[in-house]
Design a protein around this ligand. Structure first.
Ligand code: CDP
Ligand code: MG
Length: 682
């Protein structure tokens, strides 16, 4: 793209432009998408690239026990293969499971396939995600998150209900997917040994390290779906960019001024806040463009957006208007958007990082892998040739890691360890992982579980305790299940169940940055000096009081009514588990001291202490941490807090805080804190 002249909009926010270099040697590749929303659904199905391959594919899949299927995003793997198998009568003796790393994907894909089959969701086609089960005895095609299939394996390690498991989006290598690989592989082998109905395992992805997967899955054959490919021009910046947000902004308007308005732009950024901020700036600038420069619609896309808003990215822009989608990595593979001609890749992604030394798991913005960068570029060439603008130099690209490190090697493993032990895996360290987690991370997880009382060591072996078994019955992180199990001691189970449910559901509150003042004013009446957990509980109680369906109230208070409704379901399910465990459930009414005390006891590992200079230190690791500005405790300086998670941006921020007493922490883990708490406070 020529950059020699000054563009007025670019001038407005920062003089100069982003200069790109073109690399003609590296073609991109992508499949076309034919048809559109007005084409009947049967016709759309037949236009998918996979349709051509159907007879041959079914022949092969009928015979194989293991297969790896590679085909570009949008070629029809996820929606068609389950139907093809079913129609061909393959695996009819049981269910066909299709696993997804993301719940949004599981739900929307099940919806799409039910529509294609012209049946009501929950009949032939259903889905199961955490806290939501839309299946029935008729269900044969079951979309589910990999975490859910894993939980089912605790009760049924051979997965006997299933005849086929499609492990979809395998390249994402979430920690659940990785554990599931091992569980499914073991189930397949055991079933063969016991002469049970065989289990077919098909691994699907648009992109992955096929050798690694093939080797792991018993040297399984790799089937490639062919399709037409469109070349993609790749552009790199001439110089490293110190501010990718700014670079993205400039690039969007450079393209906007030069390319035909029907060519849509997809921009890969890292997270909600950044995307919303960029969207605001784009809209502002778009209002003041010179004549002859058409209008644009700017559409944010991230996982926690309400589904109705997520759908906006699929709608074509009005004629004579450009669509600019600002997305997280969700648009890399999980979502296919048509009409994209330009991709702008920040080269960054927000992902989990774990340091076994500190035992802390943080979300941090980091560089993508090469595989991710190619996948992003590929989004530009779906219908015809396209261009990808990388906001980094070619040298920077060359220094990227080839593949994303699997999550299992960079996350806190305590939840997984607890599950594996509940699955009866005797020696967790020797579990058949595709990529082994580091011994330090495993040790750190076992230590964590030991602190929570979930496991104990005897003669060098680690065993699940009775408490640990109970903890594993909850589909929750160990510290949350521990907090619930402690709640009867403080007569505050109702409150704790509400709080844990609130924390388990995505985005119960909206925080539109453009309405920051209004949001603050609305939240004030619920705000508690005791912290965010109690504030959240206040909002939930108020929500229930005004009869939950009150849309007006939700709008005024920036409450996500749909998700708040979900909280009730979650709570009901957690309550059922408690009742099965014979717990006595009660409420402490308005006395929140008990609730905080219970939270302190369950979450003590995430405690932080105020320092004389006004900063905070995480007690476990002595890492400096700060209170996130979104917290109700941001202004105050409480001496001790526990927090839910750490977010690493410019600093390491604690999010969702609860005010606690030093004594409670000592009471929770006397030995542990005996070494750590400040003597002056004890
Ligand atoms: O799995 P893969 O990426 O190969 O493709 P897919 O998810 O089976 O999608 C095939 C096509 O189905 C997409 O290109 C969309 O046209 C359509 N689809 C849809 O309209 N709505 C969905 N929720 C999923 C897919
Ligand atoms: Mg798919």
């Amino acid at each position: 793209m020529p950059n020699d002249h000054d563009h007025p909009p670019a001038k407005k926010f920062k003089p100069g432009s982003v200069f790109f270099r073109n690399d003609k040697n590296k073609p991109g590749m992508l499949l076309p998408r034919k048809g559109n929303a007005t084409t009947p659904i049967e016709v759309q199905r037949k236009q998918l690239p996979i349709y051509q391959a159907k007879p041959q594919l079914m022949n092969q899949l009928r015979q194989l026990h293991n297969a790896i299927l590679i085909g570009e995003t949008g070629s029809g793997k996820t929606t068609q293969i389950p139907q093809y198998l079913y129609e061909a009568g393959i695996g009819r003796q049981g269910l066909i499971a299709i696993t997804q790393p993301r719940r949004v994907a599981a739900i929307s894909l099940a919806g799409r396939v039910a529509e294609e089959k012209r049946t009501q969701l929950g009949k032939l086609v259903g889905y199961t995600v955490r806290f939501e089960d839309v299946t029935s005895s008729e269900t044969k095609l079951k979309f589910m998150t990999d975490g859910m299939l894993l939980r089912e394996a605790i009760g049924d390690p051979l997965l006997l209900r299933y005849t086929v498991v499609l492990l979809d989006e395998a390249h994402e290598r979430t920690v659940h997917t990785d554990v599931l690989f091992g569980v499914v592989k073991a189930a397949q082998r055991r079933r063969r040994e016991l002469n049970k109905i065989p289990l077919k395992v098909i691994v699907m992805s648009a992109t992955m390290d096929v050798d690694l997967f093939s080797e792991y899955f018993n040297k399984s054959p790799v089937l490639y779906l062919e399709g037409r490919q469109h070349p993609i021009q790749i552009y790199y910046t001439k110089h490293p960019q110190s501010d990718y947000l700014q670079a993205a902004l400039v690039t969007i308007f450079q393209i906007h001024q030069e390319a035909p308005l029907s060519h849509d732009i997809l921009v890969f950024m890292t997270g909600q806040e950044e995307i919303e901020a960029l969207a605001r700036t784009c809209r502002d600038i778009a209002k003041h463009l010179p004549d002859g420069c058409g209008p644009m619609v700017v559409i944010p896309l991230y996982a926690s957006l309400p589904p109705a808003q997520q759908l906006r990215c699929f709608q074509p822009a009005p004629k004579g208007c450009r669509k600019v989608i600002l997305s997280t990595n969700i648009a890399e593979t999980s979502v296919t958007i048509s009409g994209i001609k330009f991709v702008i890749d920040s080269g960054m992604v927000k992902a989990k990082r774990f340091s076994p030394d500190s035992g802390l798991e943080v979300l941090a913005v980091q560089r993508v892998s090469k595989a991710q960068a190619w996948q992003r570029a590929g989004r530009a060439g779906r219908e015809e040739s396209g261009s990808c603008y990388r906001l980094y130099t070619e040298n920077e690209f060359d220094s990227l890691i080839p593949m994303t490190v699997p999550e299992i090697q960079r996350c806190n493993l305590s939840s997984v360890m607890l599950q594996l032990m509940a699955l009866g895996v005797p020696d967790v360290m020797n579990f058949d992982f595709m990529s082994k987690p580091s011994p330090e991370a495993v040790r750190s997880a076992v230590n964590h579980l030991e602190l929570l009382g979930a496991v104990e060591r005897k003669e060098g072996q680690v065993f699940l305790t009775a408490l640990g078994k109970k903890m594993a019955s909850f589909p929750l992180e160990p510290r949350y299940s521990k907090t619930i199990l402690l709640s009867p001691d403080y007569s505050c189970s109702d409150e704790i169940l509400s709080i844990v449910s609130l924390l388990s559901v995505d985005t119960v509150l909206f925080n539109p940055p453009a309405k920051r003042e209004e949001v603050l004013a609305a939240r004030k009446k619920f705000s508690s000096s005791e912290g965010d957990h109690i504030t959240l509980l206040n909002i939930y109680r108020a929500f229930k009081k005004v009869s939950s369906g009150n849309k007006e109230w939700c709008r005024e208070n920036f409450v996500n009514s749909r998700n708040m409704g979900l909280v009730k379901d979650v709570q009901a399910q957690l309550r059922d588990i408690c009742l099965k465990l014979n717990m006595k459930l009660g409420s402490c009414g308005a006395e929140m001291g008990n609730v905080r005390r219970c939270i302190a006891r369950g979450m003590f590992v995430n405690a932080a202490e105020l320092q004389p200079d006004g900063s905070y230190l995480a007690l476990d690791t002595h890492q400096p941490v700060s209170i996130h500005p979104s917290s109700v405790l941001f202004q105050g300086k409480p001496a001790y807090v526990v927090f839910n998670e750490l977010l690493h941006t410019s600093r390491c921020y604690m999010r969702d805080l609860c005010l606690v007493d030093a004594d409670w922490l000592l009471e929770a883990a006397p030995e542990y804190f005996g070494r750590k708490l400040h003597p002056s406070k004890s």
